[in-house]
Design a binder for this molecule. Structure first.
Ligand SMILES: [Zn+2]
Length: 83
């Protein structure tokens, strides 16, 4: 499974999640550690997130407590690497 934005391979990251979980009905947000973009896994298939879904996720506790701090960390790391 690759990032739909930058093609980074997620297999290493996703090995901790069972296939059964990945194929569940619910949407699973995935934060790419390479480009810091958020994608969604829907029934085991990864795809880009649309604007409305992104707004909804940004309102959720999982984003504020988990995704946003990590995303900021990745972006800060990327900025340092570019300097
Ligand atoms: Zn990516």
């Amino acid at each position: 499974m690759n990032c739909p934005y930058c093609n980074f391979n997620f297999n290493k990251v996703l090995s901790s999640v069972s296939k059964k979980e990945l194929q569940a009905e619910e949407l699973i947000p995935v934060l790419c550690e390479h480009c810091a973009d958020i994608s969604l896994i829907e029934k085991g298939i990864i795809r880009k997130i649309d604007k409305m879904e992104l707004e909804a996720i940004k309102e959720s506790p999982i984003y504020k407590e988990f995704l946003e701090p990590i995303r900021k960390g990745i972006l800060a790391y990327m900025t340092r690497k570019l300097q």
